[in-house]
Design a protein around this ligand. Structure first.
Ligand code: SAM
Length: 292
């Protein structure tokens, strides 16, 4: 167990996770500017990109790159600096670091070493799109970018098909139409919202059924950055459908464990119920298979 008292005075440096605007510079918070000014070092996904933001806010501070391709070399260096008492801020190109952006591994490793991690609230495309979509917000499932390979994408959509939570995806504008067609094929008719260019001059929400939105995009091709928000599964979608049919027993158990975050024991119970077999049979089938 690790307890973090974020503002406790000690000799350790703090790792600040600092969100930056997703389009509108006015969304930079006072606190984000203050933290970026006071830290010893700013780790940035793209130093040239961040330099422009820093110039805009008259922040003259040292930058170091931290991105997808150098993160594993950078982590030990940044952790060492934190252990030596340096204050470090992490920023990505836009929005909240670690959300479909580099950052989560650094946070995990800092926590392992009991170094304080302080997250500043701020701009994030997924949450803005969800709230603006008008779809239920009580439960939501953020997937991020779907895989590009057809088979992998289909597999994920099959797994998500029965979630009752509102679904959120990031997608590049030229793939939105294809992704909506894949969603239509797997999920049938659902309410769909494409939130485009959030916080920018041409911000737009396209709200309709899957088919309506696909047809709209055919006539008005999308440009700019997009978030796709999809209504969750309703009771009607579930009726009489043997959704797990194409899953192996292992995948079926894994589905409950990973996607519904239930315990292994509970997953065995649910799988047994779906397949109308005993829990012992499920257990034995997995156990025997593992010992093969
Ligand atoms: N970390 C970011 C965040 O907190 O939202 C997300 C970074 S991810 C690499 C970039 C994706 O986020 C884009 O492809 C798009 O799907 C979404 N996105 C970012 N800015 C957006 C905006 N202004 N409007 C709509 N979607 C946006």
């Amino acid at each position: 167990m690790i307890i973090q008292n974020s503002y406790e005075e000690n000799n350790l440096g703090k790792l600040y996770i600092v969100p930056t605007p997703i389009g509108n510079l006015d969304d930079m918070t006072f606190r984000a500017v203050e933290v970026l000014k006071k830290v010893d070092l700013i780790a940035a996904e793209d130093t040239r990109h961040t330099k422009k933001l820093l110039n805009h806010f008259a922040i003259h501070n040292e930058l170091i790159s931290y991105h997808e391709h150098n993160r594993f070399e950078r982590i030990p260096l940044l952790l060492e600096k934190l252990r030596n008492g340096e204050q470090i801020a992490l920023v990505s190109d836009a929005g909240m670091p670690a959300i479909s952006d580099p950052g989560s591994e650094l946070v995990t490793e800092a926590i392992k070493e009991e170094l304080p991690v302080i997250v500043l609230p701020g701009a994030n495309a997924a949450l803005s799109a969800l709230v603006g979509s008008g779809l239920p917000t009580e439960q939501f499932y953020f997937y991020g970018f779907l895989p590009r390979k057809k088979g992998d994408k289909e597999k994920i959509l099959t797994q998500l098909k029965y979630l009752e939570a509102t679904l959120i995806f990031y997608e590049s504008p030229h793939r939105v139409s294809q992704t909506l067609q894949d969603i239509e094929k797997q999920f049938g008719e659902r309410k769909v919202v494409v939130a485009r260019e959030l916080t920018k001059m041409y911000e737009q929400y396209i709200r309709g059924s899957t088919r309506e939105v696909i047809d709209f995009i055919k006539n008005y091709p999308l440009r700019g950055e997009c978030v796709i928000v999809i209504e969750g599964s309703t009771e009607n979608n579930l009726q009489d459908d043997v959704w797990w049919e194409e899953l192996s027993l292992e995948e079926h158990v894994q589905y409950y464990e990973e996607k519904q975050t239930v315990s292994h024991k509970e997953a065995l119970k649910l799988v047994a119920k779906d397949r109308q077999i005993s829990r012992r049979d499920v257990y034995n089938a997995l156990h025997v298979k593992k010992n093969d």
